[in-house]
Ligand binder design. Structure first.
Ligand SMILES: Cc1cc2nc3c(=O)[nH]c(=O)nc-3n(C[C@H](O)[C@H](O)[C@H](O)COP(=O)(O)OP(=O)(O)OC[C@H]3O[C@@H](n4cnc5c(N)ncnc54)[C@H](O)[C@@H]3O)c2cc1C
Length: 432
């Protein structure tokens, strides 16, 4: 028997047992696939499975619709991953950005087409869940999964109220994933911590535009702060590397002060944004991790919805193949390595590069139209991050590409430099 601890409390939460055979309990509700978590990852996985005629249930710990700590910025490339329209929950289309470096040096850039879409996560996630249900998935609300028991050909999942059986489990239960503890008990996720404060629209916010993002970068190494406009509110927030979490609230307050805004009595909520390292286990013979549970997020921007939708769909496809033809579920991990990890690794490198040469990159965004347009095309999903980087020639240039040893040197240097900045920041007085 292997014990594991709950991600939140450190309290002994449950146990996983691997048995040769499991006597079927009487009246055990069983499904082909159990999806743990009813966020975007879980909903899209369940939708895909149900559309393929597979018997699937979503176990969601909250009563839905539920609030989610998130900026709600949905890039065009994320919209392209959705097999249905979500325009009814898009509250603002975004046509540009104000970039600000170290709480000053502001400039604005605009683009003729929408580069991002702002959604309220409560409404967005609920819509996705409804699509999954309409496709045939069973939704079990207020069904918090506490533990799993694995046998040769099935898995039992214990919620606070009942026990369910499934042949495959998809862990889509977010940053504090219980399923991750079972699939990868020794795993250690790196990542960021984010906070959100929603400001009500009113006279004191009327100077903030409705159709652009305002961001500040370079103030806290590896982090940034933002304002995302929505229906009747401004979602403001910041994210920083986990080790600098203590600076988050002060940073957000300083950023908002600079925009002529202030936090009143609004709630400030924090939530981690885990990022997977290459090779980190996210699949086993009976289960798969996807979305935040797998640490599939962009380490530079904290964007996770795109990876949630992509990996949710992939996990569903592999679960379906397993049920149909006995495919080895570990093939899912290979697909993630090939299709999603290259972008995440590039985002790490870009983040390191930006933190080393932030003044230079900031000025490039101001003056270089090619860079700005490539960035917008990338957000819109017209080109990949890798293509965008190549086109702009910041790190590599197709025509005048630095030889591999030099690129390797730049990458090692910028990674080292960013970690040194983080260490320094930890020890010094914050600049606000
Ligand atoms: C401050 C902040 C700002 C962000 N801003 C953006 C942004 O602007 N754009 C963007 O793309 N991404 C953003 N992200 C990241 C994004 O929120 C996540 O990547 C995304 O929500 C991942 O979706 P998911 O379905 O994997 O997980 P989640 O959305 O976290 O959903 C997991 C679900 O599982 C349920 N659950 C958890 N544990 C259990 C359990 N034991 N049993 C049953 N159910 C369980 C939860 O209640 C939840 O509904 C932000 C994150 C943070 C923290």
């Amino acid at each position: 028997m292997v014990n594991f601890r709950s991600a939140r409390g450190g309290r002994k939460a449950s146990a996983i047992t691997h048995k040769q055979s499991l006597p079927q309990a009487r009246n055990l509700k069983s499904f082909d696939v159990l999806v743990v978590g009813g966020g975007p990852t879980g909903s899209l996985a369940a939708y895909t499975l149900a559309k393929g005629g597979i018997d699937v249930a979503i176990l969601e710990k909250e009563k839905v619709p539920r609030y989610k700590v998130c900026g709600g910025g949905l890039q065009g490339k994320s919209l392209r991953c959705l097999p249905f329209q979500v325009s009814e929950v898009v509250e603002r289309e975004i046509f540009g950005m104000v970039f600000q470096l170290r709480l000053k040096n502001k400039f604005i850039r605009r683009y003729p087409l929408p580069i991002s879409y702002n959604v309220n996560r409560e409404r967005f996630d609920y819509l996705l869940l409804k699509h999954a249900q309409e496709a045939g998935a069973v939704l079990l609300q207020e069904a918090k999964v506490c533990s799993l028991e694995v046998s040769r050909d099935s898995v039992k999942v214990f919620t606070e109220r009942e026990t369910l059986g499934g042949r495959v489990i998809i862990g889509a239960d977010g940053a504090h994933s219980v399923v991750r503890k079972a699939i990868n008990p020794k795993g250690s996720m790196q990542g960021q911590m984010g906070i959100i404060c929603e400001l009500k629209r009113g006279e004191n916010t009327s100077h903030v535009p409705e159709d652009i993002y305002i961001i500040d970068w370079g103030t806290v190494p590896g982090g940034y702060a933002w304002i995302f406009p929505k229906e009747g509110i401004l979602t403001t927030g910041a994210m920083v590397p986990l080790v600098l979490s203590g600076s988050l609230k002060g940073y957000l307050q300083a950023f908002l002060r600079g925009q002529g805004l202030g936090m009143g009595g609004e709630r400030v909520l924090a939530h981690p944004i885990p990022t997977r390292g290459p090779g980190e286990t996210i699949s086993t013979t009976w289960g798969l991790l996807a979305g935040d549970a797998a640490g599939l997020t962009d380490p530079f921007t904290g964007e996770g919805l795109y990876y949630a939708l992509r990996s949710g769909e992939m996990a569903a496809r592999w679960a379906g193949e397993f049920l149909k033809s006995g495919a080895d579920l570990r093939g899912y991990e290979e697909e993630i390595e090939q299709k999603l990890m290259p972008e995440i690794i590039i985002a790490w490198k870009l983040r390191n590069f930006f933190n080393t040469f932030s003044g230079y990159v900031h000025n490039l965004y101001k003056k270089n139209d090619r860079l700005w347009c490539s960035f917008c095309e990338m957000l819109r999903g017209e080109i990949t991050l890798e293509e965008g980087v190549r086109r702009t020639g910041i790190v590599t240039n197709l025509r005048n590409r630095p030889p591999q040893p030099i690129r390797g040197y730049i990458e090692r240097f910028t990674a080292w430099y960013e970690s040194r900045q983080i260490e320094r920041f930890k020890r010094s007085k914050p600049p606000w």
